[in-house]
Design a protein around this ligand. Structure first.
Ligand code: ADP
Length: 175
């Protein structure tokens, strides 16, 4: 292959060092709470995209466990020194929020076959309705059993959960 072709490949590469803007990924979820598994996906997505928007989806009628504003504030503090990560909340359809953000792709994670079936349906419907592709990353095996619901359960039984949360992420003293 001559050097011109090599340069073309590098320019269009999704890999670090590619000369082109690599766009913005929207990472939607409940993040109730945000765990080391979620943080691992954000870190890996930053190798593929210029920017990642962590988007906390909420339903006004289902407040969830940690108040949405607290989820936003805690994540903004966690990523305060990482200008490529933005944190937002939204209550509309994910694809509509993805369009508002100008997202090039939706980012989601897969830990298991159960996740796979659900994520495939979601990605398929979102693609049909909006044309936006979903990028699915496999969970880091270290975190493949980690879920927000498990963390909530542990808190319910009075266990300390800090080791499941990224270093530097803190919620109110109840958690
Ligand atoms: P949702 O309520 O939309 O499923 P979650 O906050 O539970 O939101 O998860 C957001 C995304 O992160 C989902 O795609 C989920 O599969 C993925 N995810 C959750 N936990 C992990 C983990 N430990 N490792 C990798 N991906 C994860």
């Amino acid at each position: 292959m001559n050097s011109k072709n090599n340069n073309d490949i590098e320019k269009n590469s999704l890999l670090p060092g590619g000369g082109m803007g690599r766009g913005l990924a929207l990472f939607p979820g409940s993040f109730d709470p945000f765990t080391k598994g979620h943080a691992d996906l954000v870190e890996r997505a930053l190798q593929l995209f210029d920017q990642v928007v962590v988007a906390i989806g909420f339903n006004e009628h289902k407040p969830g466990w940690i108040p949405v504003q607290e989820r936003v504030d805690a994540l903004k503090a966690l990523y305060a020194n990482e200008p490529r990560v933005m944190v937002e909340s939204y209550s509309c359809l994910t694809i509509d929020f993805a369009k508002q953000c100008g997202a090039n792709a939706i980012l989601r994670g897969i830990r298991s076959v159960t996740d796979y079936e659900y994520e495939m349906q979601l990605a398929d419907v979102n693609k049909q309705l909006s044309g936006i592709e979903t990028l699915l990353l496999f969970a880091n095996p270290q975190y493949s059993s980690l879920s927000s619901s498990m963390v909530r359960e542990l808190v319910h039984f009075g266990k300390d959960i800090q080791s499941f949360l990224p270093i530097g992420l803190h919620y109110s003293d109840k958690k």
